[in-house]
Design a protein around this ligand. Structure first.
Ligand SMILES: [Zn+2]
Length: 688
């Protein structure tokens, strides 16, 4: 439930609560399932008036930026985002066909078709109004004592799949990655990060005031008068602020040792005795277990204090808000609209709600991922594509092995362990070998919110039922159409879904140079995550175990400090700098990944006579191909949210921050000493 991809390539995968609202008619003509083609190196995306040695990102992406303004319904616009939107269109065509209520449909087609049809049926959604959560709201109002909170919270967490008060679920044992154990984590906030509650700058204060208005409006929609709603909003804010103060920061959460607190259930009861843990686990149908990991004990200590000090009525108020806020995208339009107004319009700067079909495709993709994924890969992903990707992966792994052997700062002892880890990485390409079976879920054509709830409960139980069992190495954490990739340190695997292996990212029609620059760099990036400041603390089996000598670790940390210092100097928006302690793992992976891709490309083409194409040398094409994955336009509001929550640096620095550390780039473009995209040799950052 709360297992997260440790290092996703593009965006934070934890979905911001999606917003909904008015929609376009569902009867609009549906296009045939064909994906548009964009080459992996596009001359029209470049800005040749810019100097590559002064601002390489502008040189490679200036044309793209000009030609691709942010659509009104998007938080930002990028090559990745655009490709995902193309995927949504493609999936829409599949779903429109699947939704036709025909008796010939097979099980999977019926599942995705009925789920999608129910989502599109706005009249039915409108008619049900608040009914889908009425039972939960009544149960909250009927609470008789604080003792009854635990089983109720267990039920609410199962349905809403998000941390109502906190998060519970399963995880791999940090000391024995083959075993799945129970886990508890902080949660319970409505704003995207704890810092929103604790910072005292003007913008943070304004955001809190806006959030209070949003909470108040939600209570008014539920039927409260203005005065009561205002008071209730303050109650919610009061509880959340205390929870936020007790929450661990994102930077601290990058240290896996700070999240490791294995204990017995009795210890947990000792930590937070006011909460009836036994009733909680019974109600959520956990299998019996001895040991669990509590990521954030301080958070649960504070929750215990709050349980003792806050009157029961305040808890009822808090829970009522979180239930309605979590469910609002799936309820009638007044809830959907208010959700959009705050979370997408105010917080992220989006101008318009996404059409309903788009949201419905996304919900199907997220809630029935393996079912829709099957239909998707059958149309887009070939065995040949899988083979050519695996070939590239092997070449990049070879480059990494050679690179490790040649490192001048690492002892043979640590090198041996690093190589063991590298050879232990599992490569997962395209889609899972085994598809999940959803046939036990009741999916109704006339009950969208019910379908969302039942699929969420199914997923919650699936995660819980893993406890005590060996880990399933075949499992994926993102659906096949996702335009993203990730490395998982506990699984020690890299995962490339079909959605990310298509033009303009991976382009069978293009020469090797841009493909290695782009997809090769992404593969290298994911591999390097196994060896960044966080991933390097796990061993070949995915256990949290130090395999470094003390001296090597110190040298490694001095090298990552170079990267941290460089990125900390970049501005995200206004006066906000990159929090380079948060982005360090991604920045190290970006640099390492591109170096590996370059070496692998050189090796793959060593017997070929490469010639310039379109006036660009092969080396230049490699780097432009690299830069063009990142072309994007951003809204300032969205950049602010990402500065606080996204472990990735903004696109521009994911390119310029890398090439400035690669002498190969300087040479490819004939840059002169002192130009912005160069550094004196002694200041170049080099980790892997
Ligand atoms: Zn990454």
């Amino acid at each position: 439930m709360i297992k997260r991809p440790l290092c996703a390539w593009a965006l934070a995968l934890v979905m911001m609560r999606m917003a909904c609202g008015q929609s376009s008619p569902a009867t609009q003509k549906v296009q045939e399932p064909v994906l548009p083609y964009y080459p992996s190196l596009d001359l029209s995306s470049m800005d040749k008036t810019a100097d590559a040695c002064v601002n390489f990102y502008q040189y490679s992406c200036g044309g793209w930026k000009k030609n691709n303004p942010i659509p009104a319904d998007q938080t930002s616009w990028s090559v990745y985002g655009k490709l995902y939107q193309d995927n949504l269109n493609f999936l829409r065509a599949i779903l429109e066909q699947a939704a036709a209520d025909s008796p010939q449909r097979d099980t999977v087609t019926r599942e995705i078709g009925d789920f999608y049809a129910a989502c599109l049926d706005e009249a039915a959604v409108e008619k049900r109004g608040i009914a889908p959560i009425q039972g939960e709201l009544d149960a909250i109002l009927n609470l008789k004592s604080a003792q009854e909170l635990a089983p109720l919270i267990a039920r609410l967490q199962l349905v809403h799949g998000r941390g109502i008060l906190f998060s519970g679920g399963s995880t791999q044992d940090p000391d024995n990655s083959e075993q799945v154990i129970a886990e508890l984590d902080q949660g319970g906030l409505g704003l995207p990060d704890r810092d929103y509650y604790t910072k005292e700058d003007e913008k943070s204060k304004q955001t809190r005031a806006k959030y209070l208005e949003h909470v108040q409006k939600m209570f008014e929609i539920l039927g409260a008068n203005r005065e009561t709603a205002n008071k209730d909003a303050a109650t919610v804010m009061g509880i959340e602020t205390e929870l936020a103060r007790a929450s661990m920061t994102r930077v601290d959460r990058r240290d896996p040792y700070k999240l490791k607190h294995k204990m017995k259930v009795e210890d947990l009861i000792g930590l937070a005795p006011k909460f009836d843990w036994k009733a909680y686990y019974r109600e959520a149908q956990y299998p019996g277990f001895e040991v669990l990991n509590v990521n954030t004990p301080d958070f649960f200590k504070e929750t215990n204090t709050l349980l003792a000090s806050e009157p029961l009525d305040n808890w009822k108020t808090y829970l009522r808000f979180h239930v309605v806020d979590a469910a609002s995208p799936y309820l009638s339009s007044k809830f959907v609209d208010e959700n959009f107004e705050f979370y997408r319009k105010y917080l992220r700067g989006v101008k318009e709600q996404q059409p309903r079909w788009k949201r419905c495709v996304s919900y199907t993709d997220h809630n029935l991922d393996d079912a829709l994924g099957q239909a998707y890969v059958a149309k887009v992903f070939s065995a040949a594509l899988k083979e050519s990707t695996l070939d590239m992966v092997r070449r990049i792994e070879n480059a990494m092995a050679i690179r490790i052997q040649k490192l001048d700062w690492m002892s043979p002892q640590t090198k041996e362990q690093a190589l063991l880890k590298l050879h232990g990485i599992r490569n997962k390409i395209g889609y899972p070998d085994k598809w999940r079976d959803y046939s036990s879920i009741k999916l109704a054509r006339d009950d969208f919110a019910g379908n969302i709830q039942r699929t969420a409960v199914f997923e919650s139980h699936r995660q819980i039922s893993k406890i005590g069992k060996p880990v399933d190495h075949g499992e994926w954490q993102i659906p096949p159409p996702t335009v993203d990739a990730y490395y998982d340190a506990q699984m020690n695997d890299i995962n490339f879904p079909a959605g990310v292996l298509q033009p303009p990212l991976y382009d069978g029609k293009m020469d090797d140079a841009p493909n290695y620059g782009d997809t090769g760099g992404t593969i290298g990036h994911e591999l390097t995550h196994g060896f960044d400041d966080e991933g390097s603390q796990y061993d070949a089996k995915g256990n949290l175990r130090n395999w470094w000598t003390k001296e090597d670790r110190e040298k490694f940390e001095a090298r990552t400090k170079c990267v941290e210092g460089q990125y900390g100097g970049y501005i995200v928006v206004d006066d906000i700098h990159i929090n380079s302690k948060l982005t360090l793992g991604e920045d190290v992976a970006d640099l390492g990944g591109e170096i590996l891709a370059y070496l692998a490309w050189k090796d793959a083409t060593k017997d070929k006579d490469l010639k310039p194409i379109d006036g660009l040398t092969p080396e230049q094409r490699f780097f432009i191909g690299f830069a063009q994955w990142a072309c994007s336009n951003e809204r300032p509001e969205d950049l602010r949210v990402r500065a606080a929550t996204d472990p990735h640096s903004p696109a521009e620095y994911r390119i310029n921050g890398v090439v400035v550390n690669m002498p190969e780039f300087e040479k490819a473009f004939g840059c002169k000493t002192g130009q912005a995209m160069t550094k004196p040799a002694e200041r170049v950052c080099k980790v892997w």
